[in-house]
Design a protein around this ligand. Structure first.
Ligand SMILES: [Zn+2]
Ligand SMILES: [Zn+2]
Length: 455
């Protein structure tokens, strides 16, 4: 007997609705049940999406009832709970692009084997023991790679992935059915980066429900400064540091940001704006660079390479730039180990390249930048800060305008905002702005974890 609860079209945020982290959305369309992404939170004790809420709401009896798991991209806040999910959903197919599967493999394997990852990039990860090798292996093996623009059938629905920009392999997920069509954006970028081009969608896409990220939907994008001007400042400061015989450390996220910063620097050298120097990549970013390179993004060359083994012990003879993860200088990560060595010498510089959590060591160091000689606690040691510390906004994330132009373009009947902070009381408010611009034409919803939205 067909249960009536199985037939209504439903969106339910298990995690990542009114927050950034633990992205995980349950969607029921034309009787077919999907999970969109399966991430974790990084800087908190409760890392997993609240899968239990699915059972409490009587939407599922268990994750084995799912028909498919669709992954937008490989960042840990979108895929980190896969080993947990696969435990309960062993026979449920997982779909992702091939590069995403490779990045998932890198991230999950790293979480098993590297003490750096456990202690630094997954701080306060209380259930780390659950990530045993078998479950990670199974999660990766269960992923069926799919190609962009090539539809596949899953029960009563047809699924197509389209390029989303953002990072290598990142996709928007389009689900078609007799009961309506959904477009899920994942994380997306509406402009070309050096590593990946902007998102691409067919012109005539028929979308009933748009589920879109809203990272900068409720807060000012920190990247509004003139990009060329910002790159020029960055180039000048690097020039100055290298001229005085110093080393520049750029802490950067391993997947996406490190590769983008590396190419910005390489271009500054190749177009003659900077004198030639060596760029060394270290930490998890090295393996991520291999994946980028294998997928056709040319990174390595005579200016740019991997840091040799034990490079940290041979810094006296180096006069160049090091890009190392983590981006927020988390204790015992590769970037933190370099920072510990480089901070006491006034010839050196540490330039942050993007977002820093309020509580992160990187943010604490940034606050000390004007008070030279102060001591900074890093890797359980106190070191004096004599190096130059600064932050550059080298990315060009658009804010809510990028989201609004996507809405304009696909003109859905309904839109649900996820992956943002609606509780922020700033001048930017994507919900209000969408209602204002598309009055009476589009129904606008804000996702809240644990609250079903029927459509
Ligand atoms: Zn992402
Ligand atoms: Zn994300």
């Amino acid at each position: 007997m067909v249960n009536i609860r199985d037939m209504r079209n439903l969106f339910f945020s298990v995690g990542g609705g009114n927050e950034i982290g633990a992205s995980c959305y349950f969607v029921q369309l034309n009787g077919t049940k999907f999970l969109l992404d399966a991430g974790i939170r990084l800087h908190t004790d409760s890392i997993y999406p609240r899968f239990h809420s699915l059972y409490v709401e009587n939407l599922l009896d268990g994750l084995w009832e799912l028909d498919g798991i669709l992954l937008s991209h490989g960042h840990i806040d979108h895929i980190g709970s896969l080993p947990f999910v696969v435990e309960e959903a062993q026979d449920v197919p997982i779909y992702a692009t091939l590069p995403t599967r490779e990045i998932v493999g890198l991230q999950l394997n790293q979480s098993l084997t590297s003490p750096t990852f456990k202690h630094a990039e997954l701080v306060d990860f209380p259930r780390v023991k659950e990530f045993n090798a078998l479950r990670v292996q199974r999660a990766i093996e269960n992923i069926t790679p799919i190609e962009w623009y090539s539809p596949i059938t899953c029960e009563t629905c047809q699924i197509t992935f389209f390029p989303a920009g953002h990072i290598l392999g990142a996709s928007m997920v389009y689900i078609e059915s007799d009961a309506g069509n959904i477009l899920f954006t994942g994380d997306f970028t509406p402009f070309d980066q050096l590593t990946v081009p902007q998102y691409q969608l067919p012109d005539d896409l028929d979308v009933d429900l748009l589920i879109t990220e809203s990272t900068y939907g409720y807060q000012e994008s920190p990247y509004v400064a003139d990009i060329d001007e910002e790159r020029e400042h960055f180039a000048q400061k690097i020039d100055r540091c290298l001229d005085r015989g110093g080393i520049v450390l750029i802490p950067a996220f391993a997947i996406g940001r490190s590769q983008e910063v590396a190419l910005i620097l390489r271009n500054l050298i190749r177009n003659g704006r900077l004198k030639p120097f060596t760029i060394c990549i270290d930490g998890l970013a090295q393996v991520a660079c291999d994946i980028y390179q294998d997928n056709g993004v040319q990174l390595f060359g005579h200016e740019l390479g991997k840091a040799p083994q034990d490079f940290i012990d041979a810094l006296d003879a180096f006069n160049g730039v090091i890009i190392a993860s983590s981006g927020m200088l988390l204790d015992n990560s590769m970037s933190a180990r370099y920072a510990e060595e480089l901070l006491p010498d006034p010839r050196n510089a540490i330039f942050f390249s993007g977002y820093l959590d309020e509580e992160s060591p990187g943010r604490k160091l940034e606050r000390l930048r004007e008070s030279k000689g102060q001591r900074f606690r890093i890797n359980e040691r106190d070191v004096p800060v004599h190096a130059d510390v600064d932050t550059y906004r080298l990315s060009a994330h658009t804010g809510s305008e990028g989201i609004l132009s996507l809405i304009e373009r696909v003109t859905p009947k309904k839109v649900i905002f996820v992956h943002g902070y609606p509780q922020y009381k700033t001048a930017v408010n994507i919900h209000r702005e969408t209602c204002r611009r598309f009055q009476n034409r589009i129904e606008v919803y804000q996702a809240n974890n644990g609250m079903p939205i029927y459509f």
